[in-house]
Design a protein. Structure first.
Length: 268
């Protein structure tokens, strides 16, 4: 069976930072050659940086770096990778100190173009390699779902972004965590259905009188393991925000917990 990555001259280097949130580790993608582009350098781990530099050297060096979003498990290695590549390497990102400011629809080098899919993070950009491969960061994972950070309009923007990805008709999705997605349309359709199902279950719980976050989580996210209860609560609040934006949130629903004030933008 042909290697779908080799067919598009894409290579994966996975960081050794597995966890319930990062799955098997952060995926760093190398695209093209003479020189190549690096999508999401990953965490600041010496062995990972060395592996990326070695793979990039075999492709003619690092010509540029594209960052999907500024969470530490995706950008921690940026300084070390830039230094290891000789120091004169441009970094493209929506919000990262020292990077070339990049927005929706921008060309990044001669190979990549951005598609904004906010939701998991307000700065999240996917990078399209034609209509063949889309590097999705944490907009779409290889397995499981992502948590949505409750910024204004976050969930509505995320759903619209997923629809935009579907319209492109990508063959493959190269996610920030987990395995390569070989059926892009099925994955995206499943993500949209999953979010709609969560909303239906949440509305049913609200209609049944649940008003605390714990009660709503127990009703609509009853399948979430204890280790993921906190990020599930974050996503729950994003769903509540969407209902409020649409005028569908009943009175008396518990507000954001106190720990939301300390919720860092850079935690996965």
């Amino acid at each position: 069976m042909a290697d779908p990555l080799a067919e598009h001259d894409v290579e994966l280097v996975r960081a050794a930072n597995p966890s319930p949130l990062t799955l098997s580790g952060t995926n760093t993608w190398l695209v093209g050659r003479d020189p190549c582009w690096v999508v999401d350098p990953g965490p600041d781990l010496d062995e990972h940086v060395a592996a990326v530099l070695e793979a990039a050297a075999a492709r003619g060096g690092v010509g540029g770096i594209a960052v999907t979003h500024d969470h530490a498990d995706h950008v921690g290695a940026v300084p070390a990778l830039v230094a290891g590549a000789g120091g004169d390497v441009a970094v493209f990102a929506a919000r990262l100190s020292g990077a070339v400011p990049t927005g929706d629809g921008d060309a990044v080098g001669s190979l990549l173009r951005t598609i904004a899919v906010p939701g998991h993070a307000p700065d999240l950009l996917c990078f399209a390699l034609g209509d063949a491969v889309c590097f999705t960061g944490d907009a779409v994972l290889g397995e499981g779902s992502v948590f949505i950070a409750p910024d204004p309009g976050a969930l509505a923007g995320y759903l619209a972004g997923l629809e935009r990805l579907r319209e492109h008709g990508f063959a493959l999705l190269a996610p920030g965590h987990g395995p390569l997605v070989l059926d892009a349309d099925a994955k995206l359709a499943g993500y949209l259905d999953h979010r709609r199902d969560r909303e239906r279950r949440l509305v049913a719980a609200l209609d049944g009188g649940a008003r605390t976050l714990d009660a709503l989580l127990d009703a609509a996210w009853d399948d979430v393991p204890e280790a993921l209860r906190l990020p599930a609560t974050v996503t729950l609040v994003a769903h509540l925000d969407k209902l409020a934006e649409e005028g569908r949130l009943p009175d008396g629903v518990e507000g954001r917990p106190a720990w939301f004030a300390q919720l860092g933008r850079h935690a996965h």
